[in-house]
Design a protein around this ligand. Structure first.
Ligand code: CP
Ligand code: NVA
Length: 309
């Protein structure tokens, strides 16, 4: 199985099979436990990851940089002022030049096409650290967390409340691959990305995403309750309008009370308390929000070790 991964990019969960995703998740859990038990492995000794950021980040930046350090390598931060993708030079030239010097590229961009182009022209693996279309590394950490809490993914009812954004797209792709039930409650006009549904139809025929308008109706018996910001990075101008539209699309304690008694509450963070989630919900015993954030480190260490090792 390990030979399946070397040299590949990680741009969408649908580029990977059910077995491959499960392999990465199991490795992430093993590497986390080993690291916490004091075992040190350095499969990326002497290797370098270039990290391209067009947007701000706490978790993604720190987890990739720390992950590279723990694996024996190191990471270089390239912010918006440094490389100016498409302004100072083309994505194609950036990919060719960077990949001639480093062993992997992580990129967080506005336009998804930039990450796709980086992967196309880079001779080394490109890892998607969030685009306007998806956020696959986040969902690997989410699923690692659910496995740790519930012991399985297959058959679980995953309920996503809020905006049909990049996180929602990767949740749909992940749920489709891992045999989960995918339910979304969104305001009209903000449901699943039609382009994502098209891709799903082609790559996982027969997989259905159930749509609700009423969030409480969707949440009944949920094994996983997940939400994300009502407006994403780059949509700040829509904030006020969206606050009016999304008012009831939030995870709170009454919602957790109607979910499965073993429900796992997830939020990728940063949270906007009182908007898509309440402080009480994040601090609820059913919440795995901080474990989920920590697992960004472990899930991405497994991805990097496999792709770049
Ligand atoms: N969840 C997540 O991607 O967090 P950052 O934006 O802080 O990286
Ligand atoms: N949907 C959010 C996720 C942040 C981690 C955004 O794109 O801003």
């Amino acid at each position: 199985m390990i030979e399946n991964f070397r040299g590949r990019s990680f741009v969408s969960l649908l580029d990977y099979s059910t077995e491959e995703i499960r392999y990465i998740l199991d490795l992430a859990i093993r590497m986390k436990n080993d690291y916490k038990a004091g075992k040190r492995e350095t499969p990326l000794a002497g290797k370098t990851l270039a990290m391209i950021f067009q947007k701000p980040s706490l978790r993604t930046m720190v987890s990739f940089q720390t992950g590279m350090h723990q694996l024996g390598g190191h990471a270089i931060y390239l912010g918006p002022d440094q490389i100016g993708i498409g302004k100072r030079e083309t994505t194609e030239d950036i990919a060719i030049v960077l990949s001639s010097m480093v062993d992997g590229i992580m990129a967080r961009t506005f336009d998804h096409a930039i990450v796709e182009d980086l992967a196309k022209y880079s001779s080394k693996p490109v890892i998607n650290g969030l685009t306007d279309f998806n956020h696959p590394c986040q969902i690997m950490a989410d699923f690692q967390t659910v496995l740790e809490r519930r012991g399985r993914l297959e058959g679980l009812k995953l309920v996503y409340i809020g905006d049909g954004n990049n996180v929602a797209t990767s949740l749909m792709f992940g749920a489709a691959r891992m045999g989960m039930e995918m339910v979304m409650a969104t305001p009209e006009g903000y449901s699943a990305n039609p382009k994502a549904l098209e891709i799903l139809k082609e790559k996982v025929p027969g997989f259905e995403v159930k749509h609700y308008i009423d969030p409480m109706e969707a949440a009944v018996g949920a094994d996983i309750l997940c939400t994300d910001a009502w407006f994403s990075m780059g949509q700040e101008k829509e904030a006020e309008a969206r606050r009016k539209i999304f008012g009831k699309y939030k995870i709170d304690v009454p919602m957790i009370d109607i979910a499965d008694p073993e429900c796992v509450v997830l939020h990728c963070l940063p949270a906007h308390y009182g908007e898509e989630i309440t402080h009480e919900a994040v601090r609820h015993p059913r919440s795995a929000v901080y474990q989920e954030a920590e697992n960004r480190l472990h899930a991405q260490k497994a991805i990097m070790a496999l792709l770049m090792g």
